[in-house]
Design a protein around this ligand. Sequence first.
Ligand SMILES: Cc1cc2nc3c(=O)[nH]c(=O)nc-3n(C[C@H](O)[C@H](O)[C@H](O)COP(=O)(O)OP(=O)(O)OC[C@H]3O[C@@H](n4cnc5c(N)ncnc54)[C@H](O)[C@@H]3O)c2cc1C
Length: 383
Amino acid sequence: MGVTSDAIAAAGEYRLELRNWLGEHLTDRYRGLAFDGAPTQDWLTRMREWNLLLAEAGYAAPAWPRRWGGREAGVLEQLAHAEEMAAADAPGPINVLGIPNIAPAIMTFGTTEQQERLLGPLLRGEEIWCQGFSEPEAGSDLASLRCSAKEDDDLYIVSGQKVWTTLASEADWCELIVRTDPDPAKKHGGISALLVDMRLPGIEVRPLRNMTGSAEFCEVFFDDVRVPVSARLGAENEGWRVATATLASERGGVASLHLSVRKRIAALLDDARAAGRTQDPLVRERLAGLWAQGELLRLLADRAITRAAAGDPPGPESSIIKIAWANTAQLVPEVALEVLGIGALDGQWGDALTAARAVSIAGGTTEVNRNIVAERVLGLPRR
Ligand SMILES: Cc1cc2nc3c(=O)[nH]c(=O)nc-3n(C[C@H](O)[C@H](O)[C@H](O)COP(=O)(O)OP(=O)(O)OC[C@H]3O[C@@H](n4cnc5c(N)ncnc54)[C@H](O)[C@@H]3O)c2cc1C
């Protein structure tokens, strides 16, 4: 099956409609409001307003089914959406993990009551969601998680700790994965997923300040928190399926990440020109190499998107793209400092240098992804 001309035409129409809508609604109050640090009150207020506008127009989650407020946008329409939003510097919805990761899991595994209660406020940004997966001793090896939930009549009593939980300080809800069987036959068994109200007594959230100075993620402690059994997402002890489905949605989004990296590369070219550095042949070589790396990333993404649009299963590029994206995103501020000098540390390039360290960790580390490429793409033996 190939990409059909109807799909291409529909994406073109979608693009124009969104571009017109952004021209009308994206004012300076909202432009450039990306989540890049501690969520201040002002940021939250403006993001909530903007999120509501997006949701009312069907642009908060275009890939979602219409019955939940989406547009059932196909792959090419989703691509057009990402490109137009990036070009206009328009922020996405507030639920950076809720929309792409958590909501699809609720649609797949949730009860009708859970779907009807939770999806609307999540889409509109009225309720903020966090994803409570990682623990101090369970990150890449997530199945080692120890946060426990013991059943007591119609309740689970939850105890343990999560860490690196993005947006937990603002969250109303958490998709929490817990151990419901302490002694399963296999490590991936005995895990369940819960949809936890973050206002329940016994939950303590401690923001973690990282080296960029911001506190976007937190430690979350659960001390005998009483969660109703009805809050379980999916079957008991089958939470691993829910967790992997949640993370698969997260990884699926990387195809359009080249947009932000290539925008940064273009900004660096402008800064280098303005600083009069582009006559130096060594600088030119460095910048040209970086630009080529950005274009390679775009081509990898195009390949992944073409396969998806044609209904083909993901190919090797989907495994490589996160590694390539992380490498390039980290290289941009490094080259910026080489080209612009140490003075550039005191500004956006210094911020970018520290912020970029996280991209080879979040959503699966580069080392673990290299193992996946070695074993599943290259067919090398497991260590
Ligand atoms: C910006 C950011 C936001 C995040 N948001 C969330 C969130 O909202 N919710 C959440 O649950 N988590 C979140 N995380 C946590 C993230 O999922 C974990 O950091 C990640 O899974 C890695 O786990 P870890 O930090 O425990 O490192 P570890 O798994 O302990 O790894 C430590 C080092 O060992 C390497 N390593 C581990 N295993 C192997 C292996 N088998 N082979 C080779 N090398 C290996 C890793 O690559 C890494 O370099 C976030 C992280 C970041 C950076």
